[in-house]
Design a protein around this ligand. Structure first.
Ligand SMILES: NC(=O)c1ccc[n+]([C@@H]2O[C@H](COP(=O)([O-])OP(=O)(O)OC[C@H]3O[C@@H](n4cnc5c(N)ncnc54)[C@H](O)[C@@H]3O)[C@@H](O)[C@H]2O)c1
Ligand SMILES: [Zn+2]
Length: 360
Protein backbone atom coordinates (compact mmCIF):
# COMPACT_ATOMS: atom_id res chain seq x y z
CA UNK A 1 0.00 0.00 0.00
CA UNK A 2 1.33 3.42 -0.93
CA UNK A 3 0.26 6.44 1.13
CA UNK A 4 0.32 9.85 -0.51
CA UNK A 5 -0.45 12.93 1.58
CA UNK A 6 -2.46 15.84 0.18
CA UNK A 7 -1.11 18.61 2.41
CA UNK A 8 -3.60 21.42 1.98
CA UNK A 9 -3.15 23.52 5.12
CA UNK A 10 -6.01 22.76 7.53
CA UNK A 11 -7.52 20.10 5.25
CA UNK A 12 -4.79 17.47 5.02
CA UNK A 13 -5.83 13.97 3.94
CA UNK A 14 -4.31 10.77 2.65
CA UNK A 15 -4.69 8.81 -0.56
CA UNK A 16 -4.13 5.07 -0.07
CA UNK A 17 -3.12 3.40 -3.32
CA UNK A 18 -2.92 -0.34 -3.81
CA UNK A 19 -4.89 -3.56 -4.22
CA UNK A 20 -7.46 -3.98 -1.45
CA UNK A 21 -7.16 -0.44 -0.06
CA UNK A 22 -10.98 -0.21 0.05
CA UNK A 23 -10.90 -2.45 3.10
CA UNK A 24 -9.44 0.51 5.03
CA UNK A 25 -12.60 2.56 4.60
CA UNK A 26 -13.57 2.29 8.24
CA UNK A 27 -10.23 3.76 9.40
CA UNK A 28 -10.58 6.69 7.04
CA UNK A 29 -14.02 7.82 8.17
CA UNK A 30 -13.88 10.76 10.56
CA UNK A 31 -14.74 9.91 14.18
CA UNK A 32 -18.38 10.44 15.11
CA UNK A 33 -19.79 9.14 11.83
CA UNK A 34 -22.80 6.95 12.64
CA UNK A 35 -24.24 6.46 9.17
CA UNK A 36 -22.93 6.51 5.60
CA UNK A 37 -24.59 7.13 2.23
CA UNK A 38 -22.76 5.23 -0.50
CA UNK A 39 -23.35 6.99 -3.82
CA UNK A 40 -22.66 4.66 -6.74
CA UNK A 41 -23.96 3.23 -10.03
CA UNK A 42 -25.98 0.08 -10.48
CA UNK A 43 -23.40 -2.19 -12.08
CA UNK A 44 -20.66 -1.28 -9.59
CA UNK A 45 -22.02 -3.62 -6.95
CA UNK A 46 -19.20 -4.15 -4.52
CA UNK A 47 -18.94 -5.50 -1.06
CA UNK A 48 -18.32 -2.54 1.18
CA UNK A 49 -17.44 -2.43 4.83
CA UNK A 50 -17.72 1.11 6.09
CA UNK A 51 -18.00 -0.27 9.64
CA UNK A 52 -21.22 1.69 10.28
CA UNK A 53 -24.77 1.26 8.94
CA UNK A 54 -25.05 2.44 5.33
CA UNK A 55 -27.52 2.93 2.51
CA UNK A 56 -26.74 2.75 -1.20
CA UNK A 57 -27.87 5.69 -3.38
CA UNK A 58 -27.81 4.78 -7.08
CA UNK A 59 -27.22 7.44 -9.73
CA UNK A 60 -27.48 7.19 -13.55
CA UNK A 61 -24.65 6.58 -16.02
CA UNK A 62 -22.73 9.24 -17.88
CA UNK A 63 -22.51 13.02 -17.79
CA UNK A 64 -26.27 13.38 -17.39
CA UNK A 65 -25.83 12.12 -13.80
CA UNK A 66 -23.90 15.33 -13.12
CA UNK A 67 -27.03 17.50 -13.08
CA UNK A 68 -28.86 19.69 -10.58
CA UNK A 69 -31.87 17.35 -10.91
CA UNK A 70 -29.87 14.28 -9.86
CA UNK A 71 -28.18 16.33 -7.12
CA UNK A 72 -31.61 17.17 -5.71
CA UNK A 73 -32.62 13.50 -5.74
CA UNK A 74 -29.39 12.43 -4.05
CA UNK A 75 -29.67 15.08 -1.30
CA UNK A 76 -33.34 14.13 -0.87
CA UNK A 77 -32.27 10.54 -0.22
CA UNK A 78 -29.71 11.76 2.33
CA UNK A 79 -32.46 13.64 4.15
CA UNK A 80 -34.88 10.67 4.10
CA UNK A 81 -32.25 8.31 5.47
CA UNK A 82 -31.59 10.81 8.27
CA UNK A 83 -28.00 11.60 7.35
CA UNK A 84 -26.81 14.18 9.85
CA UNK A 85 -24.12 16.82 9.68
CA UNK A 86 -21.66 14.53 11.48
CA UNK A 87 -22.30 11.58 9.10
CA UNK A 88 -20.56 10.95 5.79
CA UNK A 89 -20.88 10.18 2.10
CA UNK A 90 -18.83 7.58 0.23
CA UNK A 91 -18.46 8.16 -3.51
CA UNK A 92 -17.87 4.80 -5.20
CA UNK A 93 -17.40 5.11 -8.95
CA UNK A 94 -15.69 6.98 -11.76
CA UNK A 95 -15.24 10.72 -12.04
CA UNK A 96 -18.95 11.24 -12.70
CA UNK A 97 -19.82 9.75 -9.32
CA UNK A 98 -16.97 11.42 -7.37
CA UNK A 99 -17.80 14.87 -8.87
CA UNK A 100 -21.53 14.50 -8.17
CA UNK A 101 -21.31 12.87 -4.74
CA UNK A 102 -18.54 15.26 -3.70
CA UNK A 103 -20.75 18.21 -4.58
CA UNK A 104 -23.71 16.63 -2.78
CA UNK A 105 -21.47 16.28 0.30
CA UNK A 106 -20.28 19.89 -0.12
CA UNK A 107 -23.86 21.20 -0.21
CA UNK A 108 -25.89 18.91 2.07
CA UNK A 109 -26.19 20.56 5.52
CA UNK A 110 -23.70 23.13 4.13
CA UNK A 111 -21.02 20.49 3.92
CA UNK A 112 -20.47 17.03 5.37
CA UNK A 113 -17.50 14.66 5.18
CA UNK A 114 -16.98 12.33 2.22
CA UNK A 115 -14.58 9.64 1.09
CA UNK A 116 -13.72 8.93 -2.52
CA UNK A 117 -13.35 5.34 -3.69
CA UNK A 118 -12.57 5.87 -7.38
CA UNK A 119 -13.23 2.89 -9.65
CA UNK A 120 -11.84 4.13 -13.00
CA UNK A 121 -8.20 4.77 -13.82
CA UNK A 122 -9.08 8.38 -14.71
CA UNK A 123 -10.73 8.97 -11.36
CA UNK A 124 -7.86 7.29 -9.46
CA UNK A 125 -5.16 9.43 -11.08
CA UNK A 126 -7.16 12.64 -11.30
CA UNK A 127 -10.85 13.25 -10.57
CA UNK A 128 -10.95 11.85 -7.02
CA UNK A 129 -8.02 13.96 -5.80
CA UNK A 130 -7.99 17.70 -5.16
CA UNK A 131 -11.52 18.57 -4.06
CA UNK A 132 -13.02 19.97 -7.26
CA UNK A 133 -16.64 18.84 -7.21
CA UNK A 134 -19.61 19.84 -9.29
CA UNK A 135 -22.31 19.27 -11.87
CA UNK A 136 -23.02 20.37 -15.44
CA UNK A 137 -25.54 22.83 -16.78
CA UNK A 138 -27.04 22.74 -20.28
CA UNK A 139 -24.77 25.73 -20.92
CA UNK A 140 -21.60 23.87 -20.16
CA UNK A 141 -19.68 21.27 -18.14
CA UNK A 142 -18.81 21.73 -14.47
CA UNK A 143 -20.36 25.19 -14.30
CA UNK A 144 -21.78 24.72 -10.80
CA UNK A 145 -19.61 23.28 -8.07
CA UNK A 146 -17.44 23.76 -5.04
CA UNK A 147 -13.96 23.13 -3.77
CA UNK A 148 -14.64 20.53 -1.10
CA UNK A 149 -11.83 18.24 -0.04
CA UNK A 150 -12.56 14.58 0.80
CA UNK A 151 -11.59 13.18 4.19
CA UNK A 152 -9.60 10.53 2.35
CA UNK A 153 -9.27 8.68 -0.94
CA UNK A 154 -8.96 4.92 -1.45
CA UNK A 155 -7.46 4.13 -4.85
CA UNK A 156 -7.98 0.38 -4.84
CA UNK A 157 -6.27 -0.89 -7.99
CA UNK A 158 -8.13 -4.21 -7.66
CA UNK A 159 -11.32 -2.33 -8.59
CA UNK A 160 -9.90 -1.63 -12.05
CA UNK A 161 -9.83 -5.31 -13.05
CA UNK A 162 -13.10 -5.25 -15.01
CA UNK A 163 -12.65 -1.78 -16.48
CA UNK A 164 -13.44 -1.69 -20.23
CA UNK A 165 -10.47 -1.04 -22.55
CA UNK A 166 -11.90 2.31 -23.63
CA UNK A 167 -11.81 3.49 -20.00
CA UNK A 168 -8.20 2.30 -19.59
CA UNK A 169 -7.31 4.34 -22.64
CA UNK A 170 -9.08 7.39 -21.28
CA UNK A 171 -7.22 7.09 -17.97
CA UNK A 172 -3.92 6.64 -19.79
CA UNK A 173 -4.54 9.91 -21.67
CA UNK A 174 -4.68 11.69 -18.35
CA UNK A 175 -1.56 9.81 -17.20
CA UNK A 176 0.27 11.01 -20.33
CA UNK A 177 -0.35 14.55 -19.07
CA UNK A 178 1.48 13.74 -15.84
CA UNK A 179 4.42 12.49 -17.87
CA UNK A 180 5.18 16.18 -18.54
CA UNK A 181 4.51 17.52 -15.06
CA UNK A 182 6.35 17.28 -11.79
CA UNK A 183 5.37 18.21 -8.29
CA UNK A 184 6.65 21.46 -6.78
CA UNK A 185 8.77 20.89 -3.70
CA UNK A 186 9.26 17.19 -4.35
CA UNK A 187 11.37 17.12 -7.49
CA UNK A 188 13.26 13.96 -6.64
CA UNK A 189 10.36 11.75 -5.68
CA UNK A 190 8.06 12.77 -8.46
CA UNK A 191 10.20 14.28 -11.18
CA UNK A 192 8.68 14.22 -14.65
CA UNK A 193 9.45 10.77 -16.04
CA UNK A 194 7.81 10.51 -19.44
CA UNK A 195 6.45 7.18 -20.59
CA UNK A 196 8.98 5.50 -18.24
CA UNK A 197 6.09 5.59 -15.82
CA UNK A 198 4.55 2.65 -17.66
CA UNK A 199 7.37 0.33 -16.61
CA UNK A 200 6.26 0.66 -12.99
CA UNK A 201 3.70 -1.69 -11.41
CA UNK A 202 0.14 -0.28 -11.77
CA UNK A 203 -0.03 0.70 -8.11
CA UNK A 204 3.14 2.82 -8.47
CA UNK A 205 1.92 4.38 -11.72
CA UNK A 206 -1.25 5.53 -10.00
CA UNK A 207 0.66 6.71 -6.91
CA UNK A 208 3.11 8.64 -9.09
CA UNK A 209 0.28 10.59 -10.75
CA UNK A 210 -1.51 11.09 -7.43
CA UNK A 211 1.69 12.48 -5.88
CA UNK A 212 2.06 15.03 -8.68
CA UNK A 213 -1.57 16.10 -8.41
CA UNK A 214 -1.34 16.23 -4.59
CA UNK A 215 1.75 18.43 -4.73
CA UNK A 216 0.21 20.85 -7.21
CA UNK A 217 -3.11 21.06 -5.35
CA UNK A 218 -1.42 21.56 -1.96
CA UNK A 219 0.50 24.51 -3.44
CA UNK A 220 -2.60 26.08 -5.00
CA UNK A 221 -5.92 24.59 -3.88
CA UNK A 222 -8.17 27.14 -5.62
CA UNK A 223 -6.40 27.43 -8.94
CA UNK A 224 -4.88 30.85 -8.38
CA UNK A 225 -2.07 29.97 -10.75
CA UNK A 226 -0.01 26.79 -10.35
CA UNK A 227 -3.01 24.42 -10.35
CA UNK A 228 -3.76 25.48 -13.91
CA UNK A 229 -0.89 23.27 -15.11
CA UNK A 230 -3.16 20.29 -14.40
CA UNK A 231 -5.10 21.50 -17.44
CA UNK A 232 -2.17 20.70 -19.72
CA UNK A 233 -3.64 19.46 -23.00
CA UNK A 234 -7.15 20.36 -21.84
CA UNK A 235 -7.99 23.51 -23.82
CA UNK A 236 -8.26 21.64 -27.11
CA UNK A 237 -9.56 18.55 -25.27
CA UNK A 238 -12.57 20.45 -23.89
CA UNK A 239 -13.23 21.93 -27.34
CA UNK A 240 -13.17 18.46 -28.93
CA UNK A 241 -15.54 17.13 -26.26
CA UNK A 242 -17.90 20.09 -26.72
CA UNK A 243 -17.79 19.59 -30.49
CA UNK A 244 -18.65 15.88 -30.13
CA UNK A 245 -21.59 16.77 -27.85
CA UNK A 246 -22.82 19.40 -30.33
CA UNK A 247 -22.86 16.68 -33.00
CA UNK A 248 -24.89 14.43 -30.70
CA UNK A 249 -21.92 12.06 -30.41
CA UNK A 250 -21.11 12.42 -26.70
CA UNK A 251 -19.38 9.07 -26.57
CA UNK A 252 -17.33 9.57 -29.75
CA UNK A 253 -14.34 10.71 -27.75
CA UNK A 254 -13.51 9.95 -24.12
CA UNK A 255 -11.94 12.67 -22.00
CA UNK A 256 -8.46 11.14 -21.83
CA UNK A 257 -8.46 10.45 -25.58
CA UNK A 258 -9.15 14.15 -26.14
CA UNK A 259 -6.39 15.11 -23.68
CA UNK A 260 -3.90 12.97 -25.62
CA UNK A 261 -4.64 14.97 -28.79
CA UNK A 262 -4.57 18.19 -26.78
CA UNK A 263 -1.08 17.42 -25.44
CA UNK A 264 0.44 17.02 -28.91
CA UNK A 265 -1.45 20.08 -30.13
CA UNK A 266 -0.14 22.13 -27.16
CA UNK A 267 3.43 20.99 -27.91
CA UNK A 268 3.10 21.95 -31.58
CA UNK A 269 1.64 25.33 -30.60
CA UNK A 270 4.49 25.89 -28.13
CA UNK A 271 6.97 25.15 -30.93
CA UNK A 272 5.22 27.62 -33.25
CA UNK A 273 5.54 30.24 -30.51
CA UNK A 274 9.27 29.50 -30.20
CA UNK A 275 8.94 28.08 -26.68
CA UNK A 276 10.26 24.56 -27.41
CA UNK A 277 12.10 22.75 -30.22
CA UNK A 278 11.03 19.96 -32.54
CA UNK A 279 12.69 17.23 -30.38
CA UNK A 280 10.39 18.14 -27.50
CA UNK A 281 7.37 17.94 -29.83
CA UNK A 282 8.58 14.51 -30.97
CA UNK A 283 8.84 13.53 -27.31
CA UNK A 284 5.19 14.48 -26.77
CA UNK A 285 4.15 12.39 -29.76
CA UNK A 286 6.24 9.45 -28.55
CA UNK A 287 4.82 9.66 -25.02
CA UNK A 288 1.22 9.78 -26.27
CA UNK A 289 1.90 6.80 -28.54
CA UNK A 290 3.72 5.09 -25.66
CA UNK A 291 0.52 5.36 -23.63
CA UNK A 292 -1.30 3.60 -26.49
CA UNK A 293 -3.15 6.69 -27.69
CA UNK A 294 -3.85 8.42 -30.96
CA UNK A 295 -3.06 12.11 -31.39
CA UNK A 296 -4.82 12.60 -34.72
CA UNK A 297 -7.74 15.03 -34.75
CA UNK A 298 -11.10 13.32 -35.33
CA UNK A 299 -12.26 13.60 -38.96
CA UNK A 300 -14.70 16.32 -39.88
CA UNK A 301 -13.57 18.88 -37.32
CA UNK A 302 -14.12 22.52 -38.09
CA UNK A 303 -11.24 24.69 -36.93
CA UNK A 304 -13.29 27.84 -36.37
CA UNK A 305 -15.83 25.89 -34.29
CA UNK A 306 -13.00 24.48 -32.17
CA UNK A 307 -11.50 27.95 -31.65
CA UNK A 308 -14.99 29.18 -30.67
CA UNK A 309 -15.19 26.52 -27.97
CA UNK A 310 -11.69 27.39 -26.79
CA UNK A 311 -12.70 31.05 -26.41
CA UNK A 312 -15.70 29.97 -24.36
CA UNK A 313 -13.66 27.64 -22.12
CA UNK A 314 -14.27 28.99 -18.63
CA UNK A 315 -10.54 29.13 -17.98
CA UNK A 316 -10.11 31.61 -20.84
CA UNK A 317 -11.11 35.10 -19.75
CA UNK A 318 -10.60 37.41 -22.74
CA UNK A 319 -8.24 35.91 -25.22
CA UNK A 320 -6.92 32.45 -25.89
CA UNK A 321 -5.14 30.97 -22.90
CA UNK A 322 -3.17 27.76 -23.03
CA UNK A 323 -0.99 25.73 -20.73
CA UNK A 324 2.22 25.41 -22.71
CA UNK A 325 5.64 23.85 -22.33
CA UNK A 326 8.64 26.15 -22.42
CA UNK A 327 12.10 26.83 -21.00
CA UNK A 328 10.65 27.04 -17.46
CA UNK A 329 8.53 23.92 -17.91
CA UNK A 330 4.77 23.76 -18.35
CA UNK A 331 3.01 27.05 -17.47
CA UNK A 332 -0.05 29.20 -18.21
CA UNK A 333 0.33 31.40 -21.28
CA UNK A 334 -2.23 34.13 -22.00
CA UNK A 335 -2.80 36.22 -25.11
CA UNK A 336 -2.12 33.48 -27.67
CA UNK A 337 -2.87 34.70 -31.18
CA UNK A 338 -5.83 32.98 -32.91
CA UNK A 339 -3.83 32.81 -36.12
CA UNK A 340 -1.19 30.63 -34.46
CA UNK A 341 -3.91 28.40 -33.02
CA UNK A 342 -5.62 27.98 -36.40
CA UNK A 343 -2.32 27.32 -38.18
CA UNK A 344 -1.33 24.69 -35.60
CA UNK A 345 -4.75 23.05 -35.90
CA UNK A 346 -4.51 22.82 -39.67
CA UNK A 347 -1.08 21.13 -39.40
CA UNK A 348 -2.42 18.39 -37.11
CA UNK A 349 -2.86 14.91 -38.62
CA UNK A 350 -6.51 13.90 -39.07
CA UNK A 351 -8.10 10.47 -38.45
CA UNK A 352 -10.44 8.79 -40.94
CA UNK A 353 -13.64 8.79 -38.88
CA UNK A 354 -15.06 10.49 -35.79
CA UNK A 355 -14.77 7.34 -33.74
CA UNK A 356 -11.64 5.82 -35.21
CA UNK A 357 -9.66 6.45 -32.03
CA UNK A 358 -8.43 2.92 -31.75
CA UNK A 359 -4.71 3.66 -31.50
CA UNK A 360 -2.19 4.44 -34.21
N1 LIG B 1 -12.90 16.82 -10.23
C1 LIG B 1 -11.84 16.73 -10.98
O1 LIG B 1 -10.76 17.22 -10.64
C2 LIG B 1 -11.95 15.99 -12.28
C3 LIG B 1 -10.81 15.68 -13.01
C4 LIG B 1 -10.94 14.93 -14.18
C5 LIG B 1 -12.20 14.52 -14.60
N2 LIG B 1 -13.30 14.85 -13.88
C6 LIG B 1 -14.65 14.42 -14.29
O2 LIG B 1 -14.67 13.00 -14.30
C7 LIG B 1 -15.67 12.57 -15.21
C8 LIG B 1 -15.13 11.43 -16.04
O3 LIG B 1 -14.79 10.38 -15.19
P1 LIG B 1 -14.58 8.90 -15.75
O4 LIG B 1 -13.74 8.93 -16.96
O5 LIG B 1 -14.16 8.08 -14.59
O6 LIG B 1 -16.04 8.53 -16.28
P2 LIG B 1 -17.30 7.76 -15.62
O7 LIG B 1 -17.42 8.06 -14.19
O8 LIG B 1 -18.46 8.07 -16.47
O9 LIG B 1 -16.88 6.24 -15.79
C9 LIG B 1 -16.75 5.71 -17.07
C10 LIG B 1 -17.58 4.43 -17.25
O10 LIG B 1 -16.95 3.36 -16.55
C11 LIG B 1 -17.89 2.72 -15.69
N3 LIG B 1 -17.13 2.18 -14.58
C12 LIG B 1 -16.68 2.85 -13.50
N4 LIG B 1 -15.92 2.04 -12.76
C13 LIG B 1 -15.91 0.83 -13.34
C14 LIG B 1 -15.31 -0.42 -13.03
N5 LIG B 1 -14.51 -0.55 -11.97
N6 LIG B 1 -15.51 -1.45 -13.86
C15 LIG B 1 -16.28 -1.30 -14.98
N7 LIG B 1 -16.88 -0.15 -15.32
C16 LIG B 1 -16.69 0.91 -14.53
C17 LIG B 1 -18.86 3.83 -15.35
O11 LIG B 1 -20.08 3.33 -14.89
C18 LIG B 1 -18.98 4.54 -16.69
O12 LIG B 1 -19.85 3.84 -17.53
C19 LIG B 1 -16.05 13.77 -16.05
O13 LIG B 1 -17.33 14.21 -15.66
C20 LIG B 1 -15.01 14.82 -15.68
O14 LIG B 1 -15.52 16.14 -15.72
C21 LIG B 1 -13.20 15.56 -12.71
ZN1 LIG C 1 -8.65 15.89 -17.43
Amino acid sequence: MIRVGVDIPGREYEVLVGPGSRSLMEDMLPSGVEKVAVVTQEHLSLELHPGVPFEVVLVPQGERAKSLGVLEEVCGRFARMGLSRSDAVVALGGGVVTDLAGFAAASYHRGIAYLNVPTTLLAQVDAAIGGKTGVNLREGKNLVGAFWQPAGVLCDTELLTGLPEREWRSGRGEMAKYAFLSSPGEPERVASMGAGMLSLPLEEQVAHCVAIKAGVVAADEREGSRRAILNYGHTLAHALEADAIARGRDDAIRHGEAVAIGLVFAARLAMRLGRIGSERVAEHEAVVRGFGLDYRLPAGWDSSALVGYMLRDKKAHHDLTFVLDGPRGVELVTGVDQGDVLATLSDMPVADGLDSHQGL
